[in-house]
Design a protein around this ligand. Structure first.
Ligand code: NAG
Length: 214
C-alpha cells in the first residue's frame, strides 16, 4: 500500500516534469484543423487521410524580414500558425533579421527554450537568470556560433555591426508565445499608472510616456 502510494507520488512528479514542455503526441501527427471549433491545448486534428505535404511546409525562410522599424529587427516565424503540421509536436523555427545595430528587445517565451545560430554578421546576446537572482549571462557571437536561451528567462539579441545580420532560432514549442515590455506598458485595459509608477519608482509622467510608446 505504502509502496503503491510512493509509486504514485513518483509518477505524479514525473508527470509534472513532462508537462513542463508541449505534450507528446499520441499519433504520428495531428495537423492543425484551423477551422476546428474544439478548443484544446493546440488545435484539433485534420483527418489524417486528407493531410497534404503542404501541411508540413513553409516556403518563406529565404526572405529577408523588413527591419525598417523602431527596433531595426524583424522576426519571421514558422510556428503552428504557419505550418499546421507542427501541431502537438513541440518544436518550431524563426528567422531573425537585424539592420545595423538593430535590437530584439528583452522578452521571454513562456513555453519554449530557444537555440540560435548566427547566419550572417555579429550578435551580442544575453539572458538573465532567476536563480541565482538576476545574473546577466551574455556573449558576442559570430557567423556559425550557436547559443541557448533557457525557457522563460528574459533574453535579447543585438546586431553589433555596421552591416546586416541574421540568425535562425529553433524553439521547443509549436507556439512559444512572447512576453515583452508591452505586457506591462501596453496591457489592455491599462495597468493603473500609479501602480506602475510605484513599481518602477518613477513619476506618473514617465509611466504615461511608456504607455504611449507601447
Ligand atoms: C517595411 O516596413 C516599413 C514600415 O512599416 C514600410 O514603410 C515599408 O514599405 C516596408 N518595406 C517593404 C519592402 O515592405
Amino acid at each position: 500500500m505504502a509502496r503503491g502510494l510512493f509509486s504514485l507520488m513518483v509518477l505524479a512528479l514525473a508527470l509534472t516534469v513532462v508537462l513542463a514542455a508541449d505534450h507528446s503526441p499520441l499519433q504520428d501527427f495531428c495537423v492543425a484543423d484551423m477551422s476546428g471549433q474544439v478548443r484544446v491545448n493546440g488545435f484539433a486534428c485534420k483527418n489524417p487521410s486528407s493531410v497534404q505535404a503542404n501541411d508540413f511546409y513553409f516556403g518563406g525562410m529565404h526572405m529577408r524580414g523588413n527591419t525598417s522599424n523602431a527596433f531595426g529587427s524583424s522576426v519571421t516565424p514558422a510556428f503552428v500558425f504557419q505550418i499546421p503540421g507542427l501541431n502537438t509536436l513541440g518544436i518550431s523555427l524563426a528567422r531573425l533579421d537585424f539592420a545595423p545595430w538593430g535590437v530584439i528587445p528583452p522578452h521571454t517565451h513562456p513555453r519554449a527554450t530557444e537555440i540560435l545560430t548566427v547566419l550572417e554578421g555579429q550578435l551580442e546576446v544575453g539572458f538573465v537568470t532567476s536563480n541565482p537572482e538576476n545574473r546577466h549571462i551574455s556573449k558576442v557571437l559570430k557567423k556559425g556560433d550557436v547559443f541557448v536561451f533557457p525557457v522563460n528567462l528574459i533574453h535579447y539579441q543585438r546586431n553589433i555591426g555596421n552591416t546586416y545580420a541574421a540568425a535562425m532560432v529553433a524553439l521547443s514549442s509549436q507556439n512559444p508565445g512572447v512576453i515583452t515590455a508591452s505586457a506591462v506598458f501596453g496591457a489592455n485595459p491599462d495597468i493603473s499608472t500609479d501602480i506602475l509608477a510605484k513599481a518602477f519608482q518613477v513619476s506618473d509622467d514617465v509611466i504615461t510616456d511608456m504607455q504611449l510608446k507601447f
